[in-house]
Design a protein around this ligand. Structure first.
Ligand code: 13P
Ligand code: SF4
Length: 324
């Protein structure tokens, strides 16, 4: 399969790229002493060449622990920024600098500063899907795998702002019984799933279990028998005796699900329209070609001011300490 894909790619870029991108990337990896970290939403070829695949928390931990000199981050901008916050001395490369995040974009720093000022005395817990500037204004960072655990550790008398994802925030409220002040941000991918089509799928696949990421809306989450981060969804599929799953998150994760449970069937939850908008358009900007070129040219590089980095590091470290 890869031979065909690579042959097609080489016809599109005559002479510009090596014949075997996998071998060329492996050789650059040695030359640069680089590590390739990839999120589960990356295209299958990138997942296959990565040294480490994970959800946001696992990738942050991998970035915090690596001995490599160069981190090639196959994910989106806020994830690569997180790696840079933790590793100021390392070169952090993102194959396509336009790989942003619709959710992070819903929380501009100026507006968030006003929101914070309007809620004095509140502790700010921010989902890692935000810019370094928002992290710098936060007290604790969380990811979808530890959000509930982190909020549970905060004294019940302490009022909390939760930003930027209102769906994850609502889910955390339900799970903890806490009242959180929510920033009204959301992800275009996780808000695209159709409740009606999910219900229809459940009728046509009566033995299938629906599973969902907590960034989905409540209307979709209420049909899921398991809710969790990408890593938690993957683990659940492996361990559950169920043979068929309807998966309400970005379908890139299905590559790993199929590898880990080849006899099971995974059905991507359908979006509202007959589009492919359940694929994250930002994650999918990264390609194997761009990853190779980023390593060859040592750019695009993630940079930020030391002032922002240090301010963003503190709540990141609190998260890592609170989620051991
Ligand atoms: P995870 O915490 O599952 O990696 O989620 C990241 C993400 O961007 C979901 O849209
Ligand atoms: Fe951002 Fe949504 Fe893409 Fe995740 S899936 S990176 S939250 S736009």
């Amino acid at each position: 399969m890869f031979t065909t894909v690579l042959a097609q790619r080489d016809r599109t870029h005559p002479g510009a790229l090596p014949l075997d991108l996998f071998a060329a990337i492996a050789s650059l990896k040695k030359e640069l002493n680089a590590v390739i970290l990839a999120h589960y939403y990356q295209e299958p070829d990138i997942q296959d060449i990565a040294d480490f695949i994970g959800d946001s928390l696992q990738l942050a931990r991998a970035a915090a622990n690596t001995n490599a000199d160069v981190i090639v981050f196959a994910g989106v901008h806020f994830m690569a920024e997180t790696a840079k916050i933790l590793n100021p001395e390392k070169l952090v490369l993102l194959p396509d600098l336009n790989a942003g995040c619709s959710l992070a974009d819903t929380c501009p720093p100026k507006e968030f500063a006003k929101f914070k000022a309007a809620h004095p005395g509140h502790l700010v817990v921010s989902y890692v899907n935000c810019s370094a500037e928002i992290k710098a204004m936060s007290d604790i960072i969380c990811t979808s795998s530890n959000a509930v655990k982190i909020v549970q550790q905060i004294p019940s008398s302490q009022p909390i702002i939760f930003a930027p994802d209102r769906n994850l925030g609502r889910y955390v409220m339900e799970q903890t019984g806490r009242d959180l002040v929510l920033w009204q941000g959301s992800c275009i991918v996780h808000e695209t799933f159709s409740e009606k089509k999910m219900v229809q799928l459940k009728i046509t696949h009566p033995k299938a279990e629906a599973i969902a990421h907590p960034e989905c809306e409540t209307s979709v989450l209420r049909h899921a028998s398991f809710i969790g981060s990408t890593a938690a969804l993957l683990k659940y599929c492996q361990e559950s005796p169920t043979q068929e799953f309807i998966v309400a998150t970005e379908p890139g994760i299905i590559h790993q699900m199929q590898k880990m449970a080849p006899d099971k069937q995974f059905i991507p939850a359908p979006p509202m329209n007959n589009c492919n908008c359940n694929e994250c358009p930002f994650m999918r900007l990264n390609t194997l070609e761009k990853l190779y070129l980023a390593m060859k040219n040592r750019t695009p590089e993630i940079t930020m001011s030391e002032e922002i980095r240090l301010a963003a590091l503190r709540p990141m470290q609190r998260m890592l300490e609170m989620s051991v």
